[in-house]
Design a protein around this ligand. Structure first.
Ligand SMILES: [Zn+2]
Length: 131
């Protein structure tokens, strides 16, 4: 079972499989996206042909591709980054410019989330949030 717990500064949110650390996030919003991706991925011990970490990284790059366009290669929101040959970058990789754009996006989303949480008393605590 996947879970998301509060961590420590720099590793603010901890994504865990069966209680064991799997990945760390600084962004609240990105951590919630990570939990969704992990749940969709399922049991990490049932992944074949790659490591759970590589699989998770590829799926998280899709989240980046979904949310922001790329200034470097001109990929639109939802499309993968492409090489000059117009073939997708290997393993769903994203250009540095797109990662920077994603950082801005994430900061805004975290601010929105923070504002939402302070206005919504019934907002669930992230601790103990489980599948
Ligand atoms: Zn790109």
């Amino acid at each position: 079972m996947w879970s998301l717990d509060k961590g420590t500064p720099g590793r603010d949110y901890v994504l865990k499989w069966e209680g064991e650390d799997f990945s760390y996030f600084i962004s609240h919003w990105f951590a919630l996206e990570g939990l969704k991706v992990a749940k969709a991925m399922g049991n990490p011990h049932h992944i074949h042909g790659t490591t759970p970490g590589d699989k998770f990284t590829r799926l998280m790059r899709r989240v980046i591709s979904r949310e922001v366009p790329c200034d470097k290669c001109g990929a639109n929101k939802g499309s993968p980054c492409v090489r000059p040959s117009e073939h997708p970058v290997m393993y769903g990789g994203v250009h540095a410019a797109r990662r920077d754009e994603m950082d801005n996006f994430i900061n805004n989303r975290d601010r929105e989330l923070e504002a939402m949480m302070s206005f919504t008393s019934s907002w669930p605590s992230i601790e103990g949030e489980r599948d």
